[in-house]
Design a protein around this ligand. Sequence first.
Ligand code: HAM
Length: 423
Amino acid sequence: MITSVRGMNDLFGEEMARWGFVEAKIRSVFRAFGYTEFRVPALEKVEVFSQTVGEDSDIVEKQMYTFTDASGEKLALRPEGTASFMRAAIEHQLHKQGVGQRYFYYLPMFRGERPQKGRLRQFHQFGAECLNDSSPESDAELIALLDTIFRALGIEEFTIRLNNIGDEPTRIKYREVLQSYFKPSLAQLCPQCQGRFERAPMRILDCKNESCRVIARKAPILLDHLDPKSRAHHQLVKAHLTALGVPYVEDPYIVRGLDYYSQSAFEFDCQLLGAQSALGAGGRYDGLAERFGEAPIPAVGWALGMERVMLVLEAKQLLGTQTLVPHYFFAPLGEKAFGTLFSLQLSLKKEGVSVEMSYEKGRSLKSLLKQANRSQAKQTLILGDQEYDRGIAVLRDMETSQQLEIPLKDLKVELMRRVGHAT
Ligand code: HAM
């Protein structure tokens, strides 16, 4: 049997219906906040990510799906949305269209990670990006937006962890401070962090390895070394969140694994998830445009992981059943009845009345009623050749088993009227 790629799932049936229900709720929050949808292609030139996300990031170092196409161009399947979004924003000069442009996307992302609960190789992100806005208000709005989405879905068991990682010169100085702190304990760090020591010492701070964590917890923190502008920005973001009633904790160890961040960095950690506890994360990326060779364009955003959201909603049993229940089930018995009901169900569907009918011929009433029960339709229309000759059909209430006869000539009008559709 040829199966799907490990960590890449098929979605269908009841599960797909639940996803659709959640997606619609999230889209309605975006609408209220004035974010319009953005779509970028699944494939990008590899530099879109290698130049921006960071050569030392896990994504670029080992997780990107890349290949060379027939023309010799090196391409990558999109591992995240922000670099693609900025590539498109610059290509279409969107930043010139005004301050504070708000976009959202809902797209599959691809990362060659080791699959586990809440971690897939193809996963889906809803993302929000506010372009050409350097105000602390936009950071606060973005965080409040993600908070609103989770609460609208019924998720409250999360902690917002907020940090400010300063501007580029501050981080260069801080890296040196960190290197002198970690140097004496280099041998106790995990092999990966030993590799990070020279190129990306800040990444040691969010390593999940226990021995690294013990050492990292005593490291000097960037908040104590912040430049005055970043410090003022951070104070304002915090003050806005407090005024908005959005609870957060300050966490100096949130440094994010992607290189393009500056200033605000945040994660929404969910207590109901296991090791992969981040429901969503993001931050400010004022320097990203420069990595494309452009003048700086201030921007802030986040992305949430749909698979993780669905895990939480299922654990909380908040989704119920989302199956589409048809208005009617049609049970034809005999050839003449079959032809009549086949045409009638199609003409009802055109009017917006939903009907389920199997095209398998010669079935018994018992087997048709079994399928009718499974469909959850409240009413089943039964038509045998005998009824056909008498010019009537039988409508059965599936709950009470009561049956009533309807003249064939009135059938369409009557079936529409019964579900509130005028003719
Ligand atoms: P990220 O932290 O890499 O950020 O991913 C954001 C969210 O996507 C995570 O918090 C998690 O919920 C979900 N996620 C990430 N990897 C996986 C995976 N392998 N399987 C399932 N879910 C996953 C970004 O991608 C940034 N582009 C966010 C951003 C937007 N920053 C600014 N704007």
